[in-house]
Design a protein around this ligand. Structure first.
Ligand code: HEM
Length: 115
């Protein structure tokens, strides 16, 4: 099976490539048959769709369909663009929440010591 870099996956966004669990798929021919509609699938082109795929509660039947569209594996060490990381960025959200809490604590401390 061929190995593709994340850059190659991005370049083949228009050809309908996407990645689930480290495997590269080309479900172009499945687009109009997708029970979830073509738009959600198209939205995952060029990206890591693992989280989206798992979160939408796909059955083992869906996994069997996937098999038909397998074209290769992704080179996990290759650099990945931030937009290719599927399903939002919880790491950033956590950092943001931490910063807010830290700022509030600093303000409280400043108030206490200012008195
Ligand atoms: C090539 C990849 C995919 C295949 C083969 C696939 C296949 C399927 C299948 C067979 C179903 C019917 C339910 C089931 O049997 O599990 C389904 C439903 C659904 N899929 Fe996918 N899917 C793929 C990717 C995605 C992605 C990336 C999303 C993004 C969010 C998505 C969103 C949905 C949704 C929302 C439904 C539910 C539709 C409903 O119940 O009305 N799918 N998909």
């Amino acid at each position: 099976m061929s190995t593709y870099t994340w850059q190659q996956v991005a370049q083949n966004k228009k050809n309908g490539w996407l990645v689930i669990d480290g495997i590269v798929y080309d479900p172009t021919l499945y687009l109009n048959q997708h029970p979830g509609g073509p738009a959600v699938l198209q939205n995952s082109f060029g990206k890591d769709a693992t989280r989206d795929f798992n979160q939408t509660g796909h059955t083992s039947g869906a996994r069997q369909i996937l098999e038909k569209y397998k074209i290769g594996i992704v080179d996990k060490g290759s650099p990945q663009e931030s937009w290719q990381v599927g399903g939002g960025t919880p790491a950033n959200a956590q950092l943001f929440a931490f910063l807010i809490v830290a700022i509030v604590i600093v303000f409280i401390l400043l108030n206490v010591f200012a008195k």
